[in-house]
Design a protein around this ligand. Sequence first.
Ligand code: MG
Length: 388
Amino acid sequence: MTSTRKKIAALIVAGGSGTRFGAPKQYLPLLGKSVLQWSVDAFGGIADEIVAVTNPGHPQPESVRCVAGGATRQQSVRSGLAALRASKPDIVLIHDAARPLVTRALIETLVAAAEKSGAAIPALAVTDTVKRNGQTESRDNLFTVQTPQAFDFALIDTLHEKYKDKSFTDDAALCEAEGRDVTLAAGQPDNIKITHQQDLARAESLLSLRNGDVRTGQGYDVHKLVPAQGKKLMLCGVPIPHDFTLEGHSDADAGLHALTDALLAAIGAGDIGQHFSPSDPRWKNADSALFLRHAAHLVIAQGGLISHVDVTIVCEAPKIAPHRAAMQQRIADILNLPPARVSVKATTTEGLGFTGRREGIAAQAIATVRLPFLFATAQKDEDLKWAS
Ligand code: MG
């Protein structure tokens, strides 16, 4: 993106206590991640900054910056806006975490509309007949409204301060109170709000269909073993005590390099060397978790999700078994996946070849990702603004 591009922030409202579900609905699992995480990930690659307003009494997700919400939705939004002030975004998208199906297309439409008018919301014309007290109401100009709602940041921040003692059900209502026009953009019919138990089942089925484009990618990497001389041997993100270490520009973690390549391969995004040149001084002694996280962000930015990853380490020594659980957990943490979706295993080559002669360690990896069928345009690396 060019430097004239507007700075975009996303504010995810996730402070509700979800009494209907017995637990806060934003933390319920939905196809391998929480409802909140789906909502956060939807803004990946679009928003420069994402803040979730949460209830400090709930478990706090580590994958997003959280700020404490207030007693009402409106107070929570005000807290979130205050937390974003320092970074001076041009546009803010305010989104309810309970709408995990929001698409990149809808978000981009709203950003474009808010850049023009200062305020834009997704709306759907009411098509069902509406009755009130046994009388049929006219459907003319009757809309249901969704989130995200997009605003000029300074405008909505000022209005939330101005109207902090009044009660509104959505953020556009503050603009209406001020007599400001709000652009109605075409809403997304399946951008449903998880309200009842059956909504969760519907969301699961919709997301399964949407992410039905299953891809696999393979990665392979080798690094040379050299005397450790105080340098730790890193494998799959875990430091291993050993007399030898792996030689390389970064931390030379062959396991994470192979896995990074597997993820990049699954989305057709080249290889690790294209993204992180071995001649770039920025990656000297770099923690390879950074490379893996970047690849995961590229998957998320395509609206995809990582279904499963599998790494095989090939070496005679060190023994991998004592570290396997730690490696599995570390990869799960980096990728923000449950450990059950991560496999780490090891083998020797029975003394044969360079691994058998202990000259180096090899690693192979396979990643399975689920992409949306509708994702047509491949993202370019420079378009992504994840801090990696
Ligand atoms: Mg490597």
